[in-house]
Design a protein around this ligand. Structure first.
Ligand SMILES: CC(C)(COP(=O)(O)OP(=O)(O)OC[C@H]1O[C@@H](n2cnc3c(N)ncnc32)[C@H](O)[C@@H]1OP(=O)(O)O)[C@@H](O)C(=O)NCCC(=O)NCCSC(=O)CCC(=O)c1ccccc1C(=O)O
Length: 279
């Protein structure tokens, strides 16, 4: 079967999306997680739709850079949707047998493999799995009001592959361990100081600044940019193998009472109590 590059304006794809918005203009694809009612947390369907959009941008020769952002001003993404999680992982049709219920690892691999730089435009909270998403993106621009951090150990979860080892490449071992062990939140300025963010701008300038950065990439040699991205990726490619083990272990951890305590405490808006798991 003959393969032709995608040349759509993104509208046909957009018509089938419920959780994500997709547009293409001037060589830039913009992908927006559109679930502001849950601070742009992702469910299985969201992850599947994100993969569809990234693959379209990958396949479209006219696209030279991708912007990933979240709808509204509250959040970029707050990770897995805790309201859509059962006793043994995230519900929905997007997960494969033995997984955590959503194809997050495939999304991570797609963001790394698309031969075009992905810019995270962080418009609010980038927390948990949402923080991991921006870490994996090639570049990050943050609104002054953005807040960054991991929350897994508070809610009975972890991302122990790219979420830890690749984060350590970006901010250094000590800081990465602090981010995961303490689960604190960091301002955009603090994130920039630790090398987690490339640029901080006022909220109202975030999209224009992201598009300006993307436009600078789009005018460069596509082959040079592609090979540079693959070269940067090659040095951390082994972490993808660690991610596979981590996600398989996470699927087992989600079946435990310890993990459930974290999730239930968040949903019931009460302090978490892990004491009994130390007895
Ligand atoms: C983001 C917060 C810090 C914001 O706090 P605050 O400003 O006080 O607002 P809230 O009232 O808490 O939230 C407003 C509103 O949004 C809902 N909401 C926010 N986040 C989520 C979410 N993730 N899922 C579902 N709903 C969410 C919240 O319930 C409120 O709605 P109401 O109707 O008013 O109740 C704070 O909200 C927060 O901490 N959120 C939880 C973030 C979180 O725990 N995310 C999952 C972390 S798991 C992780 O970090 C490691 C695992 C991981 O990275 C991963 C790997 C692979 C797959 C999935 C994941 C994953 O992320 O789970």
């Amino acid at each position: 079967m003959e393969h032709t590059n995608t040349k759509s304006n993104g509208e046909e794809i957009n018509n089938q999306l419920t959780d994500v918005l997709y547009e293409k203009n001037n060589g830039i694809a913009k992908i927006t997680i559109n679930r502001p009612e849950v601070y742009n947390a992702f469910r299985a369907r969201t992850v599947s739709e994100l993969i569809v959009c990234f693959r379209d941008a990958w396949d479209d020769n006219s696209i030279g850079a991708v912007i990933l952002t979240g709808a509204g001003e509250k959040a970029f993404c707050t990770g897995g949707d805790q309201k859509n999680k059962g006793d043994d992982g995230y519900d929905g049709s997007g997960g494969l047998n033995g997984g955590i219920g959503l194809e997050i690892e495939a999304l991570h691999r797609t963001i790394r493999a698309i031969p075009k730089p992905v810019i995270a435009a962080v418009n609010g909270y980038a927390i948990g799995g949402g923080h991991v998403l921006h870490v994996i993106c090639d570049l990050t621009i943050a609104a002054e009001s953005a807040l960054f951090g991991q929350s897994g150990p508070k809610v009975g979860s972890y991302d122990a592959g790219l979420g830890t080892a690749y984060l350590a490449r970006v901010v250094g071992e000590k800081k990465a361990r602090e981010i995961w062990y303490l689960c604190e939140k960091y301002t955009a300025q603090e994130a920039k100081e630790m090398g987690l963010v490339n640029k901080v701008v006022p909220q109202e300038e975030l999209m224009a600044a992201s598009e300006e950065m993307a436009a600078k990439i789009v005018e460069k040699s596509p082959t040079a940019i592609k090979m540079l991205k693959y070269s940067f990726n090659a040095d951390s490619a082994n972490i993808e193998g660690i991610s596979q083990i981590a996600m398989a272990s996470l699927a087992m951890f989600y079946k435990t009472d310890e993990s459930a305590e974290g999730m239930n405490a968040f949903l019931e808006k009460r302090p978490v109590d892990f004491k009994k798991f130390r007895e």
